[in-house]
Design a protein around this ligand. Structure first.
Ligand code: NDP
Length: 476
């Protein structure tokens, strides 16, 4: 009868409305929890915007997960993870070629060693601050966990600018930096690597100074030269891994990098090896950049051009603008970033917050359907939201660029047992690790409509392993 159908309809509507109300209440309770957590963190760490940004991105996903698994909250695991185990800051004094005394500030942030010795790069760049290094060390903790290898998270560096310095000046700086850092690192304690401004040259000087002071030859750094304990494919690993991650995401959609037009930023270690792997896979890269501008080469940056770029950056230490003078058809765009160039896939490989919301929207409106982050936190908070809302393939840095630290972990293993694996062995291990990272992100990031939120997946999967180890140790 009509009145029964009417009541049934009314009940359905009531149920729907109260469910909606509960969801809204849960959402606003969760927003309040996040805001509570973040306001405490901001108060304890004033003036550290990059650190706040990195923590908020993790807390946004981990707090709801912890509501369903309350033992983590009872033991204040997220509060403990966001308080670094140790922050070391020190003066670095050195003499330039003219005999002037120069003073810089050095740091090592030892964030968390629950699952292994602290591990993470050293950055030499004028923009280095405690906030930047705390964000990087925090991110590193989750990234290292995702690799499945026994490595904790750390990061360090100095506000030293290697650009324009002679080799001798860089050497003297590295020696002064290591003279203090050596007290705090060791193969079972903390094993740094390279990052922005710290490449093969700097690692050589740093390792040499440690060997001299400690009078021992041990694996206290990774990214070393092959002659003195380095691993094959360490240089290539971050850039290659970033592209493997993209390939793994595309494979879920029965697609691949082959034939895709790609925009890459940066022109350092990560960017150049990302280009190399995209070329191997049959894609075409049309941009590279540095902090002064970007080059656009519609014909593609093939392997011969790429070799020229590697020589430009690592031997002549020149600027990317020179590319446009060398290759006809290429143009240089001073003071701009490459995100306005239409592409299928984007690989930000330069630095943090180099891709804004507006630039993310430009990429999307130009048809970009996949982003894999080679740099650490290259997309700003609103840019990330734009990618997530558009439901494109988006691999966050802590998953996408984990290949570098993974091969660093393999370098540590080789150093411990004094063996060297072959290139084939290492390639196989790297591809397996990247696929496993992809699969962990899928497991924890799959949404009800089947879309994979890789950011959510990476944050939760990275969190669980470290959190469970911390629980096992009790209150320390
Ligand atoms: P490099 O020093 O080799 O290259 C850095 C590149 O980024 C250069 O082209 C540099 O240009 C550019 N860059 C630096 N700062 C800025 C800026 N403020 N604005 C625009 N461009 C900038 O460093 P890597 O390639 O090693 O590192 C790049 C990114 O990848 C970083 O975010 C790093 O943390 C991350 N990463 C690196 C790993 C590695 O194994 N090396 C591992 C995991 C992540 P310029 O020469 O003008 O400064």
């Amino acid at each position: 009868p009509g009145w029964l159908a009417g009541r049934w309809g009314l009940n359905l509507l009531n149920n729907f409305m109260s469910r909606l109300y509960m969801i809204q209440r849960e959402d606003s309770a969760m927003a309040a929890t996040l805001e509570d957590f973040m306001s405490g963190l901001r108060k304890r760490n004033p003036g550290e915007p990059e650190f706040h940004q990195a923590v908020e991105e993790v807390a946004f996903y981990v707090l709801p997960y912890m509501q369903d698994h309350p033992h983590y909250a009872q033991h204040r695991i997220l509060e403990r993870m966001t308080e670094p185990d140790r922050v070391i800051a020190f003066r670095v004094c050195w003499e330039d070629d003219a005999g002037n005394v120069r003073v810089n500030r050095g740091f090592r942030v030892q964030n968390n060693n629950a699952i292994g010795p602290y591990k993470g790069g050293l950055r030499f760049h004028p923009t280095v601050t405690l906030s930047v290094l705390k964000f990087l060390a925090f991110e590193q903790t989750f990234k290292n966990s995702l690799t499945g290898l026994p490595m904790g998270g750390g990061k360090g560096g100095a506000n030293f600018n290697p650009k324009g310095k002679s080799d001798h000046e860089v050497m003297r700086f590295c020696q002064a930096f290591m003279t203090e850092l050596h007290r705090h690192i060791g193969p079972h304690t903390d094993v740094p690597a390279g990052d922005i401004g710290v490449g093969a040259r700097e690692i050589g000087y740093l390792f040499g100074q440690h060997k001299r002071i400690a009078n021992e030859f041990t694996g206290i750094l990774t990214g070393k030269g092959l002659e003195y304990g380095g691993s094959l494919i360490r240089n290539e690993a971050t850039g290659y891994g970033t592209v493997y991650m993209m390939q793994a995401m595309l494979a879920v959609k029965n697609d691949s990098v082959e034939g895709k037009c790609c925009v890459v930023s940066g022109s350092g270690n990560v960017a150049t090896y990302a280009v190399e792997k995209i070329n191997h896979m049959g894609g075409k890269v049309v941009t590279l950049s540095d902090s002064s501008g970007f080059v656009h080469d519609p014909d593609g940056i093939d392997s011969a051009k790429l070799e020229w770029v590697k020589e430009l950056k690592t031997v002549r230490r020149g600027r990317i603008s020179e590319y446009a003078d060398e290759f006809t058809g290429a143009t240089y765009h001073a003071g701009n970033r490459p995100w306005g160039v239409p592409c299928d896939l984007a690989f930000p490989c330069a630095t943090q917050n180099e891709l804004s919301e507006q630039e993310a929207k430009t990429l999307l409106s130009n048809g970009c359907s996949g982003v894999s982050e080679g740099a650490n936190m290259p997309t700003d908070k609103d840019g990330v939201r734009a990618f997530l809302d558009a439901k494109i393939l988006y691999a966050p840095s802590k998953a996408a660029n984990a290949g570098g630290v993974a091969v660093s972990g393999l370098e540590m293993s080789q150093n411990s047992v004094r063996i060297s694996w072959t290139e084939d062995d290492l390639q196989e291990k790297l591809t397996t690790i990247m696929q496993t990272i992809h699969d962990q992100c899928s497991e924890y990031g799959r949404e009800q409509d089947g879309h994979i939120n890789y950011l959510k997946g990476a944050n939760i999967a990275g969190f669980i392993k470290v959190a469970d180890a911390m629980l096992a140790y009790g209150v320390i």
